[in-house]
Design a protein around this ligand. Structure first.
Ligand code: ATP
Length: 426
């Protein structure tokens, strides 16, 4: 059993330890002199030889075992030592070569750039001389900032890991109210995607994209998904705040990749939620974080400028804070069609209730009264009221929902909103 373990090459410290310490159960032959030595003492020379030979065999067996153990322990030691050495080493910086400076015929210096945008004038190690080009990824020592190694970083950013790409199932029918908004979206996004020739004939250029603005939960994302569904377009969703927070140093690259993904998956709709996180008017504080947001934003503008209005890609951006948006994003030729998605009136709310109660088991519920009692509720809150009403029925052990459930639910959703506001504003 132990022998079998020794034959297998241990690939981790734990497995080696297991092998070494399991040797405790090996039966070491006891070759010490027995107590009744006198009685067992070989009498003849042949017996003596035989005894010595058997002792010799046992000793050599144990010697072999000890040698194997020693080599295992040595391997464990070397591995642990190697790991310790690695832990002691300082981390290296990953940078990109901006330019190689050929001074005095020696390409031994380079301007390098870190992902945060900081640039350095770095020395190139002797063995890398003449082997580096602008755009290469390299490792630099933290203290001296000297370039010590060239590395291959995959340039193909796996953009699909960072954005949501789907073919949405939401249809126009699932949107309550918002009639005019739906019509406008159909005109500016759906029609040019479905019938670009018509626009060519008439001789007008549709907008490249639109900006949906309005309070939270009013259905901006839902509208964007419904357009994607009706045009059978790929829906690529990205959240502005994530672009600037999660991908520090990579935001601009990610924007570029998102647009190239859209070209590959066209027809496509790029939905940028919370665009204000990227495109807010900036105060010139000039921190590196600010510069990073600004670079990402500039890349977005460049991408918007770079595609055709009658192509098969459209951009829909959404924000709750149109008041802080940078004008550059809504200039003609960019997201120059602003569509307000506001809170619905009573008639609109009734339609939203109809959408969300369509599959609910209602009994004598006058949705009109409920719509009347939910002034200033957003679509998302109306959906929450419907779900809560269902829960009130379940708690009462009923399988149908009555008007009272809705009023209790309205109260609950309203209270939750107030509590949240108090929590935020103190
Ligand atoms: P935010 O600004 O917070 O991102 P939003 O305006 O994008 O919000 P959505 O995410 O589209 O809002 O809405 C959330 C959910 O609320 C939707 O999935 C849908 O169930 C419901 N909803 C909102 N508006 C409507 C509507 N007009 N009709 C039907 N359902 C709606």
């Amino acid at each position: 059993m132990a022998k079998k373990k020794l034959d297998e090459s241990p690939d981790s410290l734990e497995s080696m330890e297991a092998i070494v310490f399991s040797s405790g159960d090996l039966n070491y032959q006891d070759y010490s002199e027995p107590d009744d030595e006198q009685d067992n003492e070989p009498k003849t020379p042949e017996d003596k030889i035989q005894k010595l030979e058997s002792e010799n065999q046992i000793l050599s067996f144990n010697l072999n075992r000890l040698e194997e153990e020693t080599s295992l322990i040595r391997a464990m030691f070397n591995k642990a030592n190697g790991e310790l050495e690695n832990l002691k080493k300082p981390a290296l910086l990953v940078a990109e070569i901006v330019t190689i400076l050929n001074e005095e015929n020696a390409s031994d210096k380079a301007v390098t750039k870190l992902p945060n945008g900081n640039k350095f004038y770095s020395y190139v190690s002797d063995e890398l001389k003449g082997k580096l080009n602008a755009g290469d990824s390299v490792l630099m020592e933290q203290k001296s900032l000297n370039i010590i190694k060239k590395i291959e970083l995959s340039d193909a950013f796996e953009v699909e890991k960072y954005v949501i790409v789907e073919k949405p199932k939401e249809s126009w029918k699932e949107i309550g109210g918002l009639k005019e908004t739906v019509e406008e979206l159909k005109e500016v996004i759906e029609l040019p995607l479905k019938r670009p020739k018509l626009f060519e004939k008439v001789g007008i250029t549709p907008p490249k994209g639109v900006l949906l603005h309005g309070p939270p939960g009013t259905g901006k994302t839902l509208l964007a998904k419904a357009v994607a569904n009706s045009t059978d377009a790929t829906f690529i969703e990205v959240v502005g705040s994530e672009l600037v927070q999660k991908f520090i140093g990579e935001g601009a690259k990610l924007v570029k990749e998102i647009f190239s993904l859209a070209r590959r998956k066209a027809p496509a709709i790029i939905f940028i939620d919370e665009i204000d996180a990227l495109a807010a008017t900036r105060m010139e504080t000039g921190t590196s974080g600010e510069r990073e947001v600004s670079r990402t934003f500039m890349q977005l503008l460049a991408e918007l400028d770079g595609f055709e209005p009658l192509g098969n890609i459209k951009v829909i951006a959404a924000t709750n804070r149109i008041d802080i948006l940078d004008n550059a994003i809504i200039r003609p030729g960019r997201l120059d069609r602003l569509i307000e998605v506001g809170l619905s009136d009573e008639k609109g709310r009734l339609e939203i209730f109809k959408v969300h109660t369509a599959r609910m088991n209602l009994q004598n519920v006058k949705l009109k009264d409920i719509a009347e009692a939910t002034e200033n509720f957003s679509g998302a809150e109306i959906r929450a009221v419907c779900t809560e009403a269902g829960y009130f029925a379940i708690r009462e052990k009923r399988d149908h929902i009555i008007t009272e459930d809705f009023f209790l639910a309205i109260d609950k959703v309203f209270r939750t909103e107030v509590d949240e506001e108090e929590h935020i504003f103190g």
